[in-house]
Design a protein around this ligand. Structure first.
Ligand code: GTP
Ligand code: MG
Length: 229
């Protein structure tokens, strides 16, 4: 049976995803700074919370509420009642936040509509090239494995963002987190900045959809994917 989909509400992106995010697997978004990863997560989270389902949101950037206000406007208070927001300060705290979110989602007492980790690799990146690198990788792998299992067991879509590094030999932008993250995420979207407010989304991996691209625009009140792409 085809997995169910959670519409993101961004038309162009829903089109290439065949209706929205898969509800039993992890979707990864990677892209350079300012490409719209956080705005995208907030937009989907806002939609889920507005419909009355819970959103578990692990935020390593510490800026989500202000930006959620721009999207939600007057409705912010109602939206926040459906948000379980954690703001970890290091990779271990992030691990505890993810473990709590996964346990609550599996417990099933609240209707959880979305689990977000933005960014999943910010603290991991800080540990690269240090003596803690192996431990950090192991910690990240355990977190992602928990998220994969939880998504499948509890039918909760998981949205992860990932940062990029520039391969000097190839001249390309590559996602962090290595091959484990690439395998764990069943859907992978790459975000790129075009001119001004325009952003391109490339579907680079999906279980049942072909590689495709879409566009959206960043506006003061959210993301607009209504223009034909
Ligand atoms: P990192 O977390 O740094 O990796 O970036 P990100 O991919 O999460 O990007 P984010 O979602 O934070 O996108 C921020 C981008 O949106 C920046 O380029 C801002 O200039 C742009 N932006 C924010 N608000 C507006 C707006 O009202 N209008 C327009 N045109 N752009 C905006
Ligand atoms: Mg961000």
């Amino acid at each position: 049976m085809d997995p169910e989909r959670l519409p993101t509400g961004i038309e162009s992106v829903d089109r290439i995803l065949g209706g929205g995010l898969e509800t039993d697997s992890v979707t990864e978004i990677y892209g350079e700074g300012g490409s719209g990863k956080t705005l995208f997560c907030l937009e989907v989270a806002h939609r889920v919370a507005r419909a009355g389902d819970w959103v578990f949101y692990v935020d390593t950037e510490g800026v989500s509420v202000d930006r959620l206000r721009a999207i939600a406007g007057e409705g912010l208070e109602k939206i926040l009642k459906r948000f379980l927001l954690s703001t970890p300060k290091n990779l271990e705290e992030q691990g505890r936040a993810v473990a709590t979110a996964c346990a609550l989602a599996r417990e099933g007492k609240r209707r959880v509509g979305l689990l977000v980790v933005d960014s999943a690799t910010f603290y991991y990146r800080l540990s690269l090239s240090s003596s803690d690198e192996d431990t950090a990788r192991e910690t990240l792998v355990l977190q992602v494995a928990d998220l994969v299992a939880t998504s499948l067991a509890a039918h909760v879509p998981v949205l992860l963002t990932n940062q990029v590094w520039r391969s000097l030999s190839e001249g390309t932008l590559e996602p962090l987190g290595g091959s484990f993250l690439n395998h764990a995420a069943k859907t992978i979207l790459r975000f790129d900045r075009l001119g001004g407010a325009r952003r391109r989304v490339t579907l680079v991996k999906h279980r049942s959809r072909p590689e495709a691209t879409a566009e959206f625009r960043i506006t003061a009140s959210g993301l607009d994917g209504s223009a034909p792409s």
